[in-house]
Design a binder for this molecule. Sequence first.
Ligand code: PDD
Length: 276
Amino acid sequence: VIGYFNGRWIDPAEACVPLDERGHQFGDGVYEVIRAYGGRPFLLDWHVERLFQSMEALRIRPPFDPGACKDLIHALIERSGESEAAIYLQVTRGSAVRNHLFPEPSVEANVSATVRPVKSGATEAKSGRLLLVPDERWLNPWIKSLNLLPNIMAKQTAHDAGADEALLVRDGCMIEAASSNVWFVVNGELVTAPADRYILAGITRRFVLEMARDLGIPVREEKLPRERLSEVDAIFLTGTLTEVYPIATVVEHPDIPCASIPAERVPARSVGPEQV
Ligand code: PDD
């Protein structure tokens, strides 16, 4: 595993990020995870395009242009010597004395990265399990921001219930998973939620959409209500590291509250998590 911070190669386990760092203190930053196959980054242009959209959304001044960003990703892979790898690239608003307001005068964004080896063909024909969990994220999951607490809580809840992923339900529809996009096969058509503000427009999702179009497989970009689960013939997840991952079962665990933070941990006077 190799690490990178603002132009220097570092040991990822070594302290080097300033304590007054906005990604570290506020989650004020964005990221990408890119998969390298055979030493080459997969769908790199799309990842870089999305990184720039995320930075623009949060008004983070890009520390590089798209070409230099791609050069950095290639350099990271080369330096790591890995051919099957996951590249994590993070850009934060920068380092400044803690203050919610953007630093004034503005500071340079911080760029950090790690490269770790991953097993090739991570998706063996294993059939996964999903746990239905209410989507407790903010109103802009389309931005690939560092703020992943609701995703983490949902995924851990799923894991604790013996499931592989959390199937997030917003407004009664199964729109996304905690760290992957979700697809359903209904009446011979592929159904996946539209890439509106409520989901991350996955790069793998975009690739699968393109493949489906090429293969003449009908696709509906529609939100599937939870009640229609009984009509579903097949389910799979997509993601950079998840790849295409088949799902066999969707559960609502009888012993675990269907919320990422169980109601008994939430102060009584506040409104508890919505039921799915
Ligand atoms: N997660 N939805 C969410 C919430 C995600 O976090 C991810 C990716 C996806 C799939 O997007 P893509 O196909 O671009 O990887 C969908 C990354 C891999 C992560 O946080 O590790």
